[in-house]
Write a protein that binds this ligand. Structure first.
Ligand code: NA7
Length: 518
């Protein structure tokens, strides 16, 4: 939506958004599962491009629920009169660059044909639902759902035997809410996860006023730190203090709630020993909260460093295992063998279920892009160009695909950040790039092969300098999708550094891009 507005209002271009859904909102249109809420703080999970917009929207909670975020995005669409250029219910099947006319030809699934000088994707990083190919799903006599494709009319769990597969951010948000309604809830856990308490609460009028009055300062913090959240990571090591002091710092973060816990020490994501201090603290909390020692041990048996996967933020997740109607199954010990007419058959037993919820995540970062048949110069397919993993420059452009831009594409910090600042940054960069092209009479821009080689190297080097690749099963690495190349996809060098690199590229005359007038 911001890209549309920028093209239309800043550059005076005619622009059209093609959207598969029957409404705006993207992630927040599709992810309507119970308990769905934002894990970034509301005052930062918003557009900052318009002062007026900041002033006229009031968030109700620290971590808003999906319906409120969807209302906000609809408000943005109305406020900036965006709907007239958004064509809903239009899933794009293919995009092909025609070299002779230097235009993109885009075809929808219904066969509608569009042409454009520039093609920009804003398909989201976590939008291609991953329904695991477990044998027997079609035999299941009950109902099943994926959290990312949730029915608009909701699901009635009341008194039912429910199974949830997956304990990532989504499962961790949904489980407490489903448990409150279900007759019995069985959670199928493959990988145990750290989770931080949200300590969600209504926002006070005073805080709302503060956030509005200080929006420039807040934006400055978000755009000058590593993760685009409205807080800095402190500059002290976990070993700059005594064990007692460290524990007190973690306690304060745990009490405050949310992702700010990660700001306690600068070395949590780069030093294994420092990370272990946080990991052990959270494991201790799990044992304190969960009364059944066996269940607690299973939940705390976490095989990767803290925050090496995107850490979930929860409301009463671990507490939910103290309910009589909730049980936990260890899929590491007894994997799912198949789905039967009655439920889920693991290596140990058959669990009878009326509803199965797959909180099994997404074919992240590349999934939605590769579902579109994108063809660049000389018939080159994006799926071939990326057969060994995404290869591009700055996460913005792919060699061989002229005038094609990917907002929050793989190779950009995107999912390692609070998303709205990352999105705004990309949109501003693309908008200014096209402004430059038009002012200079440049017809085509394309990342060079050597720039893409350099950037792939940078992305790998940035990840290797952290503990992030240690979570070998994470979607950052594509490891959750069978057969997907194992490549660390987001740029882990930090948002501020990334912004600087992008700015330097521009100041050096779009270094690494080939610009041509013909
Ligand atoms: P995630 O983080 O990818 O979590 C998916 C969960 O589903 C995770 O626990 C997986 O276990 C589990 N999973 C996936 N496939 C299977 C199969 N076949 N069998 C059993 N368990 C499985 O997705 P989310 O939707 O929770 O979160 C995605 C992001 O959205 C999140 O970071 C937020 O920022 C927003 P695994 O770890 O692969 O062993």
């Amino acid at each position: 939506m911001y890209q549309l507005l920028s093209f239309r209002d800043k550059l005076g271009l005619s622009a059209k958004v093609l959207e598969a859904a029957n409404g705006v909102g993207g992630t927040w249109y599709w992810n309507r599962y119970p308990g769905a809420r934002c894990d970034s703080e509301s005052h930062s999970y918003a557009y900052y491009f318009s002062k007026a917009l900041i002033q006229d929207w009031n968030w109700s909670e620290r971590f808003p629920q999906q319906p409120e975020i969807l209302r906000y995005l609809n408000h943005v669409a109305d406020r900036f009169d965006l709907r007239r250029d958004i064509q809903l219910n239009t899933r794009v099947r293919s995009g092909r660059h025609d070299q002779a006319s230097n235009r993109w030809h885009v075809i929808s699934e219904a066969g509608e044909h569009f042409t454009a000088t520039y093609l920009v994707t804003a398909v989201g990083c976590l939008s291609s639902a991953n329904v695991p190919g477990i044998p027997g799903l079609s035999d299941f006599a009950g109902d099943w759902y994926h959290t990312g494709q949730w029915p608009h009319e909701g699901v009635n769990f009341s008194g039912k035997r429910v199974g949830v597969v997956g304990t990532g951010s989504t499962g961790i948000q949904a489980i407490p809410v489903i448990a409150a309604d279900a007759g019995h809830l069985t959670v199928f856990q493959r990988t145990a996860n750290y989770s931080l308490p949200a300590r969600n609460a209504s926002l006070t009028e005073e805080f709302r006023r503060y956030a509005k009055e200080h929006s420039d300062d807040i934006r400055k913090v978000m755009t000058s730190n590593t993760n685009a959240h409205p807080f800095y990571i402190t500059d002290r090591s976990a070993f700059d203090c005594s064990d007692e002091e460290r524990k007190a710092i973690f306690e304060a973060g745990w009490k405050k709630g949310g992702l700010e816990f990660r700001t306690a020490f600068r070395d949590l994501l780069i030093d294994e020993k420092a990370n272990k201090t946080a990991a052990d603290f959270i494991r201790g909390k799990i044992h304190d909260i969960v009364k059944d020692p066996k269940t607690a041990a299973l939940l705390a048996d976490i095989d990767h460093p803290f925050a090496a996967k995107r850490p979930p933020v929860d409301s009463q997740y671990f507490e939910t295992y103290n309910r009589d109607n909730v049980s936990l199954v260890n899929l590491r010990e007894t994997p799912i063998e198949r789905i039967t007419a009655k439920g889920i058959q693991t290596a140990a037993q058959e669990f009878e279920l009326e509803i199965i919820v797959f909180a099994t995540g997404f074919d992240a970062m590349t999934g939605s892009l590769l579902k579109i048949d994108i063809e660049g110069r000389n018939g080159m397919k994006l799926s071939d160009a990326w057969s060994a993993g995404p290869r591009n420059y700055l996460g913005l452009q792919v060699p061989g695909f002229p005038n094609f831009f990917t907002i929050t594409g793989p190779g950009s910090p995107s999912v390692l950040c609070n998303m709205p600042p990352a999105i705004e940054h990309h949109v501003d960069w693309i908008t200014e790039c096209i402004r430059h092209m038009r002012e200079q009479g440049i017809a085509r821009i394309e990342a060079t092969e050597s720039a893409a080689d350099y950037w792939v190297h940078e992305v790998n080097a940035a990840a290797s300098a952290t503990l992030l690749p240690r979570a070998t099963h994470s979607w950052f690495l594509g490891a959750n999708i069978p057969g997907k190349p194992r490549v660390f996809m987001p740029y882990a060098g930090g948002f501020a550094k990334y912004r600087q690199i992008c700015a330097d590229v521009v100041s050096k005359g779009y270094e690494g891009f080939s610009l041509s007038r013909s």
